[in-house]
Design a protein. Structure first.
Length: 159
């Protein structure tokens, strides 16, 4: 490594560098899938349409290019958007928002399983619920046993 060897032993605990461990396993075609997470579908005409919010988004995009907005809607050429021209801008933005929604709805539905917010569980496994519960139960029991042994060892040293 160009920066030297990573710290080892007790020094590694206080060095501030984090080491990550990734475990990857394969899911094979035809295996059952057990999934817990936030399942979302986009496209396919399933999403709702908030006309005002969509129109506002289009207007924000258009205002970002004010020169283009003037070129497109300044009919009297005075370099400013007056009340009547602004009404046309808002009307056109509403039509543009509807067109965008129509195009997005025509696309095929796209399904996603993503990590949920607020520390809710996210599990993707080829093992069923019973196998996973048994595995985590044994891990919890082993951790509790280690804690108990450590507490007994500490109590015997202090006594």
């Amino acid at each position: 490594h160009p920066r030297g060897l990573p710290p080892t032993g007790m020094l590694a605990w206080f060095s501030g560098t984090r080491r990550y461990r990734y475990t990857e396993e394969r899911l094979h075609a035809g295996e059952p899938l057990y999934a817990i997470g936030d399942f979302r579908t986009a496209g396919g005409g399933r999403q709702g349409f908030d006309r005002q919010a969509a129109k506002g988004q289009v207007l924000r995009e258009w205002k970002g290019n004010y020169a283009g907005l003037l070129q497109r809607f300044d009919s009297n050429g005075d370099g400013q958007i007056d009340q009547a021209e602004w009404h046309r801008v808002r009307l056109a933005a509403g039509f543009e928002a509807e067109d965008r929604h129509r195009l997005a709805s025509a696309r095929a539905a796209q399904h996603r399983l993503v990590r949920p917010e607020q520390n809710l569980p996210f599990v993707l496994s080829s093992h069923g619920e019973e196998v996973l519960a048994r595995r985590y139960r044994w891990q919890a029991a082993g951790g509790a046993l280690l804690c108990l042994c450590g507490a007994l060892l500490l109590a015997s040293r202090l006594a």
